[in-house]
Ligand binder design. Structure first.
Ligand SMILES: C=C(OP(=O)(O)O)C(=O)O
Ligand SMILES: [Mg+2]
Length: 572
């Protein structure tokens, strides 16, 4: 038995066998072969197995994520059947007498280089397809295991160094009981997605991949952050008990599903949800969400090999708006960058991706991408209560420029005879310290603020949200953060605007009493946090929490804040 402590990223308890998700070692030796026919057969065998796997993944993706997401695998299958790719590989084996590994890899690289350098989006996408499929075929030639999360068909706990957001999107809740990783923080996007999928997770254990061999039993305690490898029978029993207690608690919370959220002194706040796809809306409704405070649209752009069309986007946005009926839905425009990559855009690597060319910065330069999204949003606006939000706004000029493009597209649509709602609120994420400091000026021009503490904390404390080694500095309750948050809320209220929060802090039980006291209007969080948050707020007095404001804002340390709130809000 080995016990590790990580960061509790998604609540619940998982007990199952370890499934190791790791990139295989694909290094090979280039050798000379005497029997080219045998090598060609090895190549074809590897191609065939790869094809049948891709067929299965394609079917699975079609069922779980829809036709559009499955298209990428059709493109991969085409590559594997393309004689223009395969023939040169065979020729290489015959004429250069090299092994299949070298023939495959060198031929693929030649095509990748050629296509990548063409000034043509379609060919660039083909380069990405070839890159992806070659890895799979090479793994088969080398007899290396190539893990496919989409193909898991038994109950497992995923063990990985890290999970990308697109790996996480592929996880099938029916089989994946939980996951645990070496690196990552509570606000890395795979952790955020685990919470919306309601899969228990512990990240940042530093060494789970060293400790858990394939097939060993692993317990993931997403409530405390403990991970136990190869537990004793008693430990398994006690965790099963803890799991059923947690299930009971969830049933208690569920009784509040249709209640509104009011404090004990009868003040209403809105509890909204963060979502990544239209499929997440069912979880929002099941958990009694009063709206959607953040729809992260980047997932529409990920896991595919080309940009989504205006119509595809229109369908996704309309579906969310219709499902939510007249409840508010804040859709955030594309926030790609940081830990969310889009290979097919072929952007240069950056030294500091979280500080780089991302989100609104990219959208203002690639306004073709931005305009397509805005048109889709504007067309969908007639189907519900849409609010549009721009991410990573650092200056007033960025906001003005983005809003001007939105206005232009609205005029274009009206000219084309398309219907657009005329009361759409337009707001910004406050996740850059400069914007939080300048909130007074912004408040005169925006309709609302939504504070993105996931980034605001990392930029204010200069502590990467993904790096568990500096997670001690990632301090939501640091008085520096509380002062910035307060500044934003006060600025909004002075101008008669509303202020929400869609960073993970909004669903945190220590932050909730503070934010209630600071006057936050809307709390947007993972769906699974809504009912516990409602339960907590029902028992808190807003006016009492407000009376602590000055004292809290002038405290010295995060620890002082935590101790004070625990006492005043009755948390143990
Ligand atoms: C909600 C936020 O956005 P994301 O987590 O997608 O960066 C944030 O930064 O707080
Ligand atoms: Mg952010």
């Amino acid at each position: 038995m080995t016990q590790l402590q990580g960061i509790a990223a998604s609540s619940g308890i998982a007990i199952a066998k370890a499934y190791r998700l790791e990139a295989p070692d694909l290094s090979y030796d280039k050798t000379t072969v005497n029997e080219p026919a045998e090598e060609i057969k090895r190549l074809h065998d590897a191609l065939e197995i790869s094809k049948s796997e891709l067929e299965k993944i394609k079917e699975h993706t079609k069922k779980s994520l829809g036709d559009e997401h499955a298209e990428i695998f059709s493109a991969h299958l085409l590559v594997l059947s393309d004689p223009e790719m395969i023939q040169p590989m065979e020729n290489k084996i015959k004429t250069d007498s090299v092994n299949a590994e070298a023939a495959l890899d060198e031929t693929a690289n030649m095509f990748i280089d050629m296509f990548k350098n063409m000034d043509n989006e379609y060919m660039k996408e083909r380069a990405a397809d070839i890159h992806d499929v070659t890895k799979r075929v090479l793994a088969h030639l080398l007899d290396a295991e190539f893990p496919d999360p989409a193909l898991i068909d038994e109950q497992v706990v995923i063990v990985a160094e890290d999970l990308t957001p697109s790996d996480t999107a592929q996880l099938n809740k029916e089989f994946v009981q939980g996951f645990t990783t070496d690196i990552g923080g509570r606000t890395s996007h795979s952790a955020i997605m685990a919470r919306s999928l309601e899969i228990p997770a512990v990240v940042g254990t530093k060494e789970i991949t060293k400790q858990a061999e394939k097939g060993v039993t692993v317990i993931v305690d997403g409530l405390s952050g403990d991970v136990i490898v190869d537990p004793t029978d008693e430990q398994i029993e006690s965790y099963k008990q803890k799991r059923s207690e947690f299930e009971e608690k969830k049933q208690e919370w569920a009784k509040l599903k249709d209640e509104t959220t009011v404090s004990s002194d009868n003040e209403h706040v809105e509890l909204a949800a963060n979502i990544g796809t239209p499929d997440d809306v069912s979880g929002v409704l099941e958990n009694g969400g009063e709206g959607i405070g953040l729809y992260r649209t980047e997932f529409l752009y990920m896991g595919k090999n080309q940009l989504p069309t205006e119509d595809e986007q229109f369908d996704a946005y309309s579906s969310v708006l219709k499902q939510m009926e007249d409840k508010p839905v804040v859709v955030r425009t594309l926030d790609i960058g940081g830990d969310k990559e889009l290979d097919y855009l072929d952007l240069p690597d950056e030294m500091n991706p979280f500080l780089g060319f991302r989100a609104i910065r990219l959208c203002l330069e690639r306004d073709d991408i931005f305009r397509t999204q805005l048109r889709a949003l504007l067309r969908a606006s007639v189907h519900g209560n849409l609010k549009i939000m721009f991410p990573m706004i650092a200056t007033l000029d960025e906001f003005r420029e983005a809003k001007a493009i939105l206005t232009e597209e609205k005029e274009n649509l009206t000219r084309e005879g398309k219907e657009v709602a005329d009361d759409i609120e337009v707001g910004i994420m406050v996740e850059i310290p400069a914007t939080a400091v300048m909130a007074k000026q912004f408040a005169k021009e925006v309709d609302f603020f939504s504070i993105g503490t996931n980034d605001l904390i990392q930029y204010t404390m200069a502590a990467d949200r993904m790096n568990e080694r500096v997670s001690y500095l990632y301090q939501p309750y640091n008085p520096a953060i509380l002062n910035l948050v307060n500044n934003v809320i006060e600025a909004a209220h002075t101008e008669g605007k509303w202020a929400g929060m869609c960073g993970e802090m909004a669903g945190d039980e220590i932050a909730i009493p503070i934010l209630l006291g600071l006057g936050l209007d809307e709390f947007s969080m993972s769906s699974s946090s809504i009912l516990p948050a409602r339960t907590q707020i029902l028992g808190l007095s807003k006016s009492e929490m407000s009376s602590f404001k000055d004292e809290l804002l002038s405290m010295n340390t995060s620890e002082d804040v935590v101790a004070f709130v625990k006492e005043k809000a009755g948390l143990e």
